[in-house]
Design a protein around this ligand. Structure first.
Ligand code: ZN
Ligand code: ZN
Length: 402
């Protein structure tokens, strides 16, 4: 480990160079063409086998060792967000209106940094490392993980353990955090169309007022949260947009509500969705309105860290000098890394980058999001260590294959 920390000093400037290049040239969901090309070229230059066009613009690298062991998957996402960058740095986005505001540029750079370290340590490696560079994490529905898995990214050779690292603007620099079990939510979104019957604003009794019914539905949905779901289980329902009406004296025909529900367990998730539908239909029926309720298809599952793997990850990360590793409460954002975790046990973990002295104080997705680049080398070391340690997990008694 000590050697990895000193070796990463040699790669640090390259890691930062890659990060800045990708940051200056961000690409949106499923359009990560140039980014994927850069990733594939870098992996090939390290002697790593590469497949491109996996599930869209995904890239899979395979680094094999000569010794028996596990296959460890390490994942980075590559897409940027439709945000106008509001940070004054020399490598500001050249693609106006597109910004790496979630830090996926750093994920690419950190994973390529890990690849540089692991390629050097090929002889000490057991099993193999699969580098999973995925498109379209920010898609929200059909994110890039699912098509990559469908294209066989987790097979041949089958991935035994999988890890994903995310940069976190809310946590202090050089602090890793994770937890056992659920760490991120299932981010379901819904659209409710309430159909009434329009008319004159002065004669509501002759109409079925969809705006009034919408108000009742919004109130009743908070009752799902406070009166129908176990209060010890996190559950959020937020109606985030309402569209209806055209003029101050016309009762419109319909209203459209859109919102999101967040849950941390698949059982509660199913129950919450059922309750949202039942309550909405019942309230509409009470006032003679009808409704259509659609949940977005392919919403990401809950991101669940395998408890045993997480325990081991805690102890591995805690050996990295210059960093701290802590446990934190789950957050109700979503991640399609959850899909990789349905294929193999593993862990999703975070690395803090908040550093007020460098002006790195804004959260991910902000137009002012700024990363403390000094943390990147630690991210690379952590990924390389997980590959080395989990590649050898349970393999110590076996003789090396020559
Ligand atoms: Zn994001
Ligand atoms: Zn992200």
């Amino acid at each position: 480990m000590l050697s990895l920390l000193s070796e990463v000093e040699d790669c640090e400037s390259e890691i930062i160079r890659i990060r800045r290049y990708v940051h200056a040239n961000p690409e949106l969901t499923y359009k990560e063409f140039e980014t994927a090309k850069l990733v594939a070229e870098k992996l090939r230059s390290l002697g790593i086998e590469v497949k491109t066009g996996v599930g869209g613009t995904g890239v899979v690298g395979l680094l094999k060792s000569k010794r028996d062991g596990n296959v460890v998957g390490l994942r980075a996402d590559m897409d940027a967000l439709p945000v106008v960058e509001n940070v004054d740095v020399p490598f500001r986005s050249k693609n106006e209106g597109v910004m790496h505001a979630c830090g996926h540029d750093t994920h690419i750079a950190m994973l390529l940094g890990a690849a540089m370290l692991l390629a050097k340590h090929r002889d000490e490696l057991r099993g193999a490392v699969k580098f999973l560079f995925q498109p379209a994490e920010e898609h929200g529905g059909r994110g890039g993980a699912k098509p990559m898995i469908e294209a066989g990214a987790m097979k041949d050779p089958k991935v035994d353990f999988v890890f994903g690292l995310h940069i976190d603007g809310d946590t202090p620099s050089r602090v890793f955090w994770l937890r056992e079990g659920s760490i991120l939510a299932a981010p379901d979104t819904f659209k409710i169309r309430i159909k009434g019957r329009g008319g004159h604003g002065s004669e509501p009794h002759k109409t079925i007022d969809p705006i009034f019914v919408s108000a009742q539905v919004i109130m009743a949905l908070q009752g799902v949260s406070s009166r129908m779901i176990d209060q010890t289980e996190p559950f959020v329902v937020s109606v985030c947009s309402i569209h209806s009406g055209s003029k101050d004296n016309i009762i419109p025909d319909d209203a459209v509500l859109e919102g999101t529900i967040r849950t941390l367990n698949e059982h509660i998730r199913a129950q919450a969705k059922r309750n949202v539908q039942n309550v909405t239909r019942s309230v509409c029926r009470a006032f003679k309105a009808t409704c259509e309720i659609d949940f977005m298809k392919d919403a990401y599952p809950v991101t669940v860290n395998d408890p045993k793997v997480a325990k081991r990850v805690f102890s591995i990360l805690r050996t990295i000098k210059g960093t701290r590793t802590i446990e934190k409460k789950p957050i109700l954002g979503g991640e399609d890394f959850s899909r990789f975790l349905q294929e193999a046990p593993g862990v999703f973990y975070f690395l803090g980058t908040r550093n007020p002295q460098k002006g790195c104080v804004h959260p991910n997705h902000s137009s002012k999001f700024k990363v403390d680049e000094d943390v990147l080398k630690y991210g690379s070391v952590s990924l390389a260590m997980l590959a080395l340690e989990f590649g050898a997990a349970g393999q110590h008694s076996r003789a090396p294959r020559s």
